[in-house]
Design a protein around this ligand. Structure first.
Ligand code: AMP
Length: 420
């Protein structure tokens, strides 16, 4: 152990568990790759102002959870707490929306940072895979994203997740609802903080997890009763398209989500085996965000799925991913000459696409075979002095224990054929 530990609220991804994380990222990205989404990578930090304006001045993310700092040069930056604002910023900066091919469809994968109170499923550093479709108002696009997330979770073998769906209205109907909700909230017995929140961002109060607050919200006006005709029709179309795809969802009229930029379609994926941190992913439409950060009107929709919580969901369901063995062949040289010869063979195998590892450090046969078994390789290649003289190498099937001598010049082809 060293003097140092991973910072509070963070953890390291180590083999073998880290392979599951990679596989989860891969599984979430695969349906996106197959649906016209291009990969985008943005910096781990951005101007504080981007998040303040993009995510919302009154959100917990911005007021409490952001890792904001001033650089030696005097710039005010923040570690990114989420992906959407950065991706939209990058797309606008590169004028991707002017290339004449809307929507611009992008996917990303990376680390995000929030100064939250750590608990199981809630960390200060976490990992998301996300997708954004920028510059088109089309219910089929909202439906596409919901369907692709469903496909991703199912491809991992997850079953016990639910999709919650709601519409938050648009700039026509939401303000009317906001007023009605505010009037309702003012009449409740709420603490000062919550009352203040009701004035700045009343919809967020609906999201309050405390029972004492939830109890009073039973008769709260619902946005669904205030949607304008255009929003109603849009939402109905999204619902029909998702249903037609065989994807089951629940209407959740109280779903608001913690970011300010959402309009119309909002959705969350929750997993029932995760306790209080049950949201494994979420997203929605953000038609106003581009203008909020100084861009043109670009109606857009996106989601982000949490990798950490998806892994926890797999554990909760007892799903074991079928991970391909990392090493197929483990080479065991006995002596210096064998080391040179066998090392060259390993290099040749690797060039031919056979995943191979080597017993380094001059281990004896017993320790080297132990390492071979631990590596998960199907085959061990053992080379001793007599083998060199005879121009062969011992090929041992570590599953059956069977061992045969194979000509040095044939071994690579032999392994390729055995490994398929
Ligand atoms: P949000 O941007 O808050 O909607 O988050 C999208 C997804 O990211 C959530 O559904 C979680 O799976 C994941 N996530 C958000 N915050 C955290 C966190 N502090 N720790 C782990 N995962 C998180």
């Amino acid at each position: 152990m060293s003097t140092f530990k991973a910072p509070k609220g963070t953890y390291d991804l180590l083999p073998p568990d880290s392979a599951t994380y990679l596989a989860v990222r891969e599984a979430i990205a695969a349906p996106l790759r197959g649906s016209g989404y291009g990969y985008i990578e943005t910096p781990g930090f951005e101007s504080v102002e981007l998040f303040a304006r993009g995510v919302g001045e009154s959100t917990d993310i911005v007021t409490k959870e952001m890792y904001a700092f001033e650089t030696k040069g005097g710039d005010r930056l923040a570690l990114r707490p989420e992906g959407t604002a950065s991706v939209l910023r990058a797309a606008l900066e590169a004028n991707l929306h002017k290339a004449g091919n809307l929507p611009v469809k992008l996917w990303y994968s990376g680390s995000y940072y929030r100064y939250e109170r750590p608990q199981k499923g809630r960390y200060r550093h976490f990992s998301q895979v996300g997708a954004e479709a920028i510059g088109a108002e089309d219910p089929a696009l909202d439906a596409e994203l919901i369907i692709l997330a469903d496909q991703a979770y199912r491809s991992l073998g997850l079953r016990n997740f639910r999709i919650l769906l709601n519409s938050l209205g648009d700039k026509e109907c939401r303000p009317v609802y906001r007023e009605a909700l505010q009037t309702f909230l003012r009449g409740l017995d709420l603490d000062e903080d919550t009352l203040r929140r009701a004035e700045i961002n009343p919809l967020r109060v609906l999201d309050d997890k405390r029972e004492a607050v939830q109890k009073q919200l039973g008769d709260a006006p619902l946005l669904r009763d205030y949607l304008c005709d255009a929003c109603k029709a849009y939402h109905e179309e999204v619902r029909e398209l998702v249903t037609a795809a065989g994807v089951v969802f629940e209407d959740d009229p109280k779903l608001v989500r913690g970011l300010d930029y959402y309009t119309r379609t909002t959705f969350e994926f929750v997993h029932d085996g995760l306790g209080s941190q049950s949201a494994v992913g979420g997203g929605g439409r953000y038609d106003g965000l581009s203008e909020m950060i100084g861009g043109p009107a670009l109606p857009s929709v996106g989601w982000a799925l949490g990798v950490d919580r998806t892994v926890l969901a797999l554990e909760a369901e007892g799903v074991e991913l079928e991970l391909p063995a990392t090493t197929s062949v483990f080479a065991v040289p006995l002596g210096d000459e064998a080391r040179r010869v066998l090392f060259a063979k390993v290099t040749e195998m690797r060039k031919n696409g056979v995943a191979a590892d080597f017993a380094y450090g001059g281990k004896g046969l017993k320790a080297a075979m132990k390492a071979a078994n631990r590596s998960g390789a199907r085959y061990a290649l053992i080379l001793g002095e007599r083998d060199i003289e005879q121009g062969v190498v011992q090929l041992k099937d570590l599953e059956s224990g069977e061992q045969t001598a194979v000509g040095m010049n044939e071994i690579v082809a032999e392994l390729e054929s055995r490994l398929g």
